[in-house]
Write a protein that binds this ligand. Structure first.
Ligand code: 5GP
Length: 189
């Protein structure tokens, strides 16, 4: 999506370790008009997928998930991040290694809100190595629900996450697909 690519070129900052900082419009201060456009694009792409729920993970995926869900007329389920294994019954859990923080979190959702047979579209801000996506897919599998797609606002192709998701038979859609990036030089697919 050109709008998002231009925003990344103008305001994104490439940090050490292959991290793209987009705090000015996506991760800290939110450009709500841009995020509404991302939501509309996602809703168009998945108009006929039959999704009845969007699953995202706190916190950076929430705004994009809400923009898409509003257009699609379906709710958003936000997977929570916990540091501990000491978690009560009534939840599905999966471990996720954080690319940005280099720590492992547990992501969890209440069994009450993720039902067998649900058709679930996953939405997140970034796709890098695919760990977050695999954790969310595990929650969906545990519930006996089906993933109808995985959406990332920004995909960093070099980090290889797409193949891991596609191996599970899940469609991957990203709004901006970065082929390679260095400080001051970002190239899209
Ligand atoms: P993955 O699990 O695919 O390696 O990474 C996805 C998660 O890590 C996303 O939920 C996102 O929050 C975070 N992330 C990965 N790469 C970046 C990046 O370059 N910039 C930012 N801001 N977050 C990232």
């Amino acid at each position: 999506m050109k709008l998002l690519e231009d925003k990344i070129l103008n305001e994104g900052k490439v940090l050490e370790g292959g991290i793209l900082k987009v705090d000015g419009f996506l991760n800290h201060r939110l450009d709500v008009a841009l995020i509404a456009e991302l939501g509309a694009d996602i809703a168009r792409e998945f108009a006929s997928c039959g999704a009845d729920l969007i699953l995202t993970v706190e916190s950076s995926g929430i705004s994009i998930a809400c923009a898409a869900a509003f257009k699609m007329g379906i709710p958003v389920l936000v997977a929570k991040k916990h540091k501990s294994y000491n978690i009560s019954d009534g939840v599905y859990t999966a471990p996720v290694f954080s690319f940005t923080h280099k720590t492992e979190n547990i992501v969890l959702v209440s069994k009450e809100y993720l039902n067998a047979g649900a058709k679930v579209l996953i939405v997140d801000d970034f796709l890098a190595s695919g760990n977050a996506a695999l954790g969310l897919l595990s929650l969906i599998e545990q519930a006996g629900a089906t993933a109808v797609g995985f959406v990332a606002a920004i995909e960093k192709s070099e980090q290889g996450g797409r193949a891991l998701i596609e191996q599970k038979g899940v469609k991957v859609y990203s709004l901006a697909r970065i082929k390679e990036m260095r400080a001051g030089d970002i190239k899209f697919e």
